[in-house]
Design a protein. Structure first.
Lengths: 292, 278
């Protein structure tokens, strides 16, 4: 029995995982999250900023990490929009601009119709060079960004008139799916200018960034759970705007499948190890009987 | 000369960048910015080089009908289709000034309806393979693997609300579990007649169990007492042992980078130049 469990057809495992993902989605299972200190720190940092502050939002990720990172991007923009901050979007990944556009259309376009392009937000777009781009924009955006994504010269954009380099930002909120990403923004951006840096990364990356928190990194969000925690904070903090409707909060809705999938994996780990020890015990007894 | 000039360039650029970190004043800061811009320009050309290399490899594979040439054909079809759509801004407003992602652009449509779902699907498959691998390979085969397995279980539990719910409905369960584990270890020491480890482990086990019982008494009396929860334990794992390990790795990597950079600047490391016969 235990040996059979050890060599179970992996298609059964795939079936369990599929059910663990599909069932919560079908029944719209949502879970309320309690924010961890690292997530709460980002929320508080944004709350402390006076309205009209300059916030740089480098979106450095692609579609492969969208399920984890897009809810973070949407939440940041949603929160910053509520606080009436000026948003400067840019990206070090070629796919970042398309992801930026998604957030701009889905959040700013729908929820903040009074947000005007060029006055309240600007999309600077992608520039190649990774951390080299950060090193240049530290002193002057215009060296690499003569125009925005629409082709409008930078000097003709009202909100860029008083902005020269990274030092003119009040906060850098990066979302990163790998290299270049949050680590590079800390090392080449935040550390050189003194501008606070915070951001969100995939769950796999998060442990690598803990050494920077809370000194060089004001706050960190790792994976879907942190995104759901942030969404819960937004719902609590702006209940007059969102009520109890979680429809637009993707991370909270996705936490159901993730929770159940994690539980299935825990179950597999436990069952796999029980089967391993039981079969090891029985083979050991068999060896002893053969020796006798 | 083919080797001396690149070595000289590396030395000069390396020294300038090194000095700039310690002297952020003219002319070093300006030189640093100029060199960073040069790097960004070169990075833009790397895209062309990368595309050319991709085309060269896959077209050669197709022309020789090597095994798997069909996949190469699909790659090339996708590559050239996206290149043409992007270069000629099909569907969107033409001209250098307009964005690739403008309203009606085929490039954005291809990104949204092909690239995005394909990438997300490929990445999502990982969940199935992780589950399969965790069942088949993640076994407590030795002491190190056991520690890793326990840490993984705690983190996984903590990442779900079940972890919090467990310790909320059964307060002190982690302490009792830990105390029981220590008591078992103490019993093993007693059986082996190792008295010093027995005294040490037994004292800790007694302290943990006594503290938990004291906590229960306080809680029963309506007081407030801190008992460990799974989320707290997860947080501790992340900010203490995990962080210590990460810092050690980072310091090691940094020392390696410093050593390699010095070798490059001083011309000791020359493998990046290629061989003489190239």
């Amino acid at each position: 029995m235990m040996e059979r469990l050890q060599t179970i057809d992996r298609r059964w495992i795939f079936l369990f995982i599929m059910l663990a993902v599909v069932i919560p989605l079908a029944f719209d299972l949502t879970i309320d999250e309690v924010a961890t200190p690292e997530v709460q720190a980002i929320y508080d940092r944004i709350e402390e900023l006076p309205p009209g502050s300059n916030v740089l939002l480098p979106f450095d990720y692609g579609p492969e990490s969208e399920p984890e990172l897009q809810p973070m991007a949407d939440s940041y923009v949603r929160h910053l929009g509520r606080r009436k901050q000026k948003l400067f979007f840019m990206c070090l990944w070629p796919t970042g601009q398309a992801q930026t556009l998604k957030t701009v259309n889905q959040v700013l376009g729908r929820e903040f119709p009074d947000y005007s392009y060029g006055r309240d937000y600007v999309m600077l777009g992608f520039r190649p060079g990774g951390q080299g781009v950060i090193q240049v924009v530290v002193t002057d955006f215009r060296t690499l960004y003569q125009s925005d994504v629409e082709g409008t010269p930078i000097d003709e954009i009202p909100m860029m008139r008083n902005v020269k380099g990274l030092k003119d930002m009040d906060l850098i909120l990066n979302i990163s799916g790998g290299f270049p990403g949050l680590k590079e923004w800390i090392q080449f951006g935040g550390d050189r200018t003194g501008v606070p840096v915070a951001g969100g990364v995939t769950a796999v990356q998060a442990p690598l960034l803990y050494p920077y928190y809370p000194g060089q990194l004001s706050g960190i969000m790792g994976g879907l759970k942190a995104a759901a925690e942030y969404e819960s904070l937004l719902i609590d903090g702006y209940s007059e705007a969102y009520g109890t409707d979680t429809e637009q909060f993707a991370a909270i809705r996705r936490m159901g499948p993730q929770t159940l999938a994690h539980l299935v994996i825990i179950l597999f780990l436990v069952v796999g190890n029980i089967a391993y020890f039981a079969s090891r015990g029985s083979s050991g007894e068999r060896l002893k009987s053969l020796e006798k | 000369m083919r080797r001396q000039i690149p070595l000289l360039i590396t030395f000069v650029v390396g020294v300038i960048m090194l000095f700039e970190a310690f002297i952020p004043h003219p002319p070093f800061d300006q030189l640093n910015e100029s060199l960073s811009i040069t790097f960004d320009v070169l990075a833009a050309f790397a895209f062309v080089l990368g595309g050319g290399n991709l085309a060269k490899i896959h077209l050669a594979k197709i022309s020789r009908s090597q095994p798997g040439w069909g996949y190469s054909a699909v790659t090339m079809a996708g590559f050239f289709a996206m290149l043409a759509i992007g270069l000629f801004k099909v569907g969107g407003p033409s001209g250098v000034k307009h964005a690739l992602e403008a309203e009606g652009s085929w490039f954005q449509a291809a990104y949204d309806y092909c690239f995005l779902p394909l990438s997300a699907t490929t990445f999502s498959l990982l969940a199935f393979f992780v589950a399969s691998a965790s069942y088949r390979a993640f076994r407590a085969k030795n002491r190190e693997a056991t520690v890793l397995l326990i840490a993984a279980l705690i983190i996984l539990l903590g990442r779900t609300l079940v972890g919090a719910a467990l310790t909320e409905t059964l307060p002190g369960s982690l302490e009792l579990l830990f105390g029981a584990l220590l008591a078992y270890l103490a019993w093993e020491q007693f059986r082996s007649k190792r008295w010093i480890p027995l005294a040490l482990i037994g004292t800790v086990a007694a302290f943990v169990l006594a503290r938990t019982l004291y906590g229960y008494l306080i809680l029963a009396g309506g007081g407030d007492f801190y008992l460990l929860t799974v989320p707290d334990l997860v947080n501790w794992i992340m900010v203490v042992p995990q962080l210590a390990g990460q810092r050690a790795i980072m310091i090691g990597i940094c020392l390696g980078i410093i050593s390699m950079s010095l070798r490059l600047i001083l011309g000791v490391e020359r493998s990046y130049l290629g061989s003489d016969t190239d």
